[in-house]
Design a protein. Structure first.
Length: 202
């Protein structure tokens, strides 16, 4: 029996990134390979559940709430990628699956849309994923240096798809101002705001 470390399962709105506002069920997996100082996610506890049980819980909750979008997040979900692949096989084909990852552990499956938020070795992460159609990039911005790095990566690879820029939450307004000041240098970017926090949602 294949088991997976689950921190929580809940249904809410997607609060950030390309699908902001979309009703979704979230599967938060335990564990992360990074230690970002501004991380806002509590993954201190988990329950070891069988993949079959997780699939049943997800399907039941999504059917009850009339949800068609599943967001697999963490932590870092690619740490349990083999279990995730098995889980996906158990889910109905009409569910849209999105995975939120820092991209540091390269994993790719075509059935899933990836929302990648590079935290370390950003250019390497970008190079691993940018050619895939079902990949979106969301960069956390804490300084002008972060914006400069995004511009450099976009220009180096001739990337013209939309990229989302998200200010670190404790500096949200300040970073929005900084992004706006860089409009003359930025092309095809959108601001991502953690709306669920402002609305006191999950």
């Amino acid at each position: 029996m294949i088991k997976i470390k689950v921190s929580e399962i809940f249904t809410s709105f997607q609060g950030e990134g390309p699908y902001v506002g979309t009703p979704a069920t979230f599967l938060r997996l335990y564990g992360c390979n990074l230690n970002c100082e501004w991380c806002d996610t509590d993954i201190s506890t988990y329950e070891m559940l069988s993949v079959d049980d997780v699939a049943e819980i997800l399907i039941t909750q999504m059917e009850f709430n009339n949800i068609k979008t599943l967001i697999i997040t963490g932590g870092e979900p690619t740490l349990q990628m083999e279990e995730v692949k098995r889980l996906i096989e158990e889910l109905p084909d009409d569910i849209r699956i999105q995975m939120e990852t820092n991209g540091s552990l390269f994993e790719y499956i075509p059935e899933v849309e990836f929302v990648i938020s590079p935290k370390e070795d950003k250019e390497k992460v970008f190079e691993n994923y940018y050619k895939y159609e079902n990949v979106f990039f969301k960069f956390v911005i804490t300084s002008q240096e972060d914006i400069d790095e995004v511009i450099s990566i976009k220009e180096k690879h001739g990337y013209d798809k939309t990229i989302w820029l998200q200010g670190e939450f404790s500096q949200d307004g300040e970073m929005a101002d900084l992004i706006r000041e860089n409009f003359p240098r930025l092309e095809n970017v959108k601001l991502s705001v953690q709306t669920h926090k402002y609305l006191n949602q999950r």
